[in-house]
Design a protein around this ligand. Sequence first.
Ligand SMILES: NC(=O)c1ccc[n+]([C@@H]2O[C@H](COP(=O)([O-])OP(=O)(O)OC[C@H]3O[C@@H](n4cnc5c(N)ncnc54)[C@H](OP(=O)(O)O)[C@@H]3O)[C@@H](O)[C@H]2O)c1
Length: 321
Amino acid sequence: MRAIILTGDGTYRATELDEPTAGPGEVAIRVAHAGIQWGDTMVRDGHFAVPRPFVPGFEASGHIVAVGEGVGEGRLGEAVVALTTAGAWAEVVVAPAVLALPTGEIPLRTAAGFGWGTPTAYDLVNTATRVRPGESVLIHAGGGGVGTLAVQFARLAGAGRIVGVVGSAAKAEYAGRFGYDEVLLRDEFPAKLDGERFDVILDPVGGLTRQHSLRRLAPHGRLAVYGNISGYEPILADTNDLLMEGKSLVTYNSNLLSRTHPERLADTAARALELLTQERIRIDITAEYSPAELGLAVQRLFEGATNGKSVLRVAGHLGEW
Ligand SMILES: NC(=O)c1ccc[n+]([C@@H]2O[C@H](COP(=O)([O-])OP(=O)(O)OC[C@H]3O[C@@H](n4cnc5c(N)ncnc54)[C@H](OP(=O)(O)O)[C@@H]3O)[C@@H](O)[C@H]2O)c1
């Protein structure tokens, strides 16, 4: 099969590999589309230790072509979206059967865009911070893959005022289409908020943003930490200060959850897929790339030059890999 590998010098290259085989509890999927997400920039830049060469790609849609021991043959031919730990940027990928979710009527291109980001956004709102009706929510990186979904899930949960924070005026205009009451530029946070505090803050950014966000929590507020886009320096929180105002700091790690409690992640993903099927949320795919363009795709994501979700076209791609 054809696949993309990440080489030791951080570049992507097409190659021929043997097709992976489904082990116990796994399925093999012929890939239609694959997702591109922030984690790909982290792998490229060495923030996740992976052996190289490495076949990247953490999310794929396609059809099940083989099942491993313990997986019913009834699943053969099923259209699925799969959450993987690698390997989705290839013609065939193997995934745990429990994390290969039936997509039903959802187009495979959209299903690839669903990826890890949609269940993450769902869990941030409904499991980690449990947004209640009427609560205010602040969403950093509000115009990216997770951010544009988190605002939709928060709205469905009945949130009151929802504010997004983004890096550019163009991104603010884009993010505004997803139901924010207000979108701030990164440079305007927190000054433009004029003392406003929030019941829930979603923070994948870290650094100064996290420090300011801790101070912007309302009594009983929850700050969800789920990424470190701006860097990895430790941010310390005084638990006594948090206690005095009943505030909580929570973290969310879908990758870890997929290994410790895959059935919980699968349940979240199934709930989110149902909302997508009912068109109560939408996944906005704004960029589709060929395998040869993956280096460009990941760099554009890194530079904040993309909105919403980017995907890779695999099936039917007859051009150069
Ligand atoms: N913990 C988990 O389980 C989990 C799961 C999935 C994703 N994540 C995390 O969620 C975050 C978003 O992932 P994604 O796939 O949605 O990525 P994405 O679509 O690429 O969105 C990332 C956004 O980050 C913003 N950004 C870039 N540099 C920034 C900076 N220095 N400061 C603040 N914002 C910056 C960009 O928007 P602007 O142009 O507005 O700056 C971009 O829209 C990442 O940190 C990722 O690691 C965590």
